[in-house]
Write a protein that binds this ligand. Sequence first.
Ligand code: IMP
Ligand code: MG
Length: 170
Amino acid sequence: MGKEILIPRDKILRRVKELADEISLDYTGKEPILVGILKGSVFFYADLVREIKIPVKLDFIRAFSYGAETCSSGSVKFTKTVELPVRDKDIIIVEDIVDTGLTLSKIREMLMDEGARSFRICALIDKPERRERAVSIDYCGFEVPEGFIVGYGLDYDEKYRNLPEIYLLK
Ligand code: IMP
Ligand code: MG
């Protein structure tokens, strides 16, 4: 399968810094919990949190919705959830891609049930083409209208995650 570069490294890092600045401003005086969704968001998460200038806490959820396919299996599984108490806390989810929206609508439901005070989403990529659940993305890196994306944490069948740039798979 071929691939072509879609978003180069310098453009990713510039945009990540802008998102971090927005978050730092919006959450001044608060101490949000940044919840990274494993594994796709690892590099985005690491770059983002290091640019945030306010105190934050870090936590992770491991969610699956894909196997070796490029389309959603329709069900979302969690093999790890947050470890910090979320009751009365401000939560910012850090996700790689919002595709159908199923993963994030499940996560939202779960954390709001646990008593989170607020819930916002920071996503590197919004792929609105196949959206099934309405999710509002509060901090969005890039919109990609269609196609399958790999690199910078994103995989196809667990491959390509380590590429430093974002590619379109052909
Ligand atoms: P959703 O529940 O359909 O929104 O699924 C989102 C998850 O599917 C993302 O967190 C990714 O792990 C995966 N995903 C969706 N689209 C892509 C893509 O273009 N490349 C790689 N992974 C993707
Ligand atoms: Mg993911």
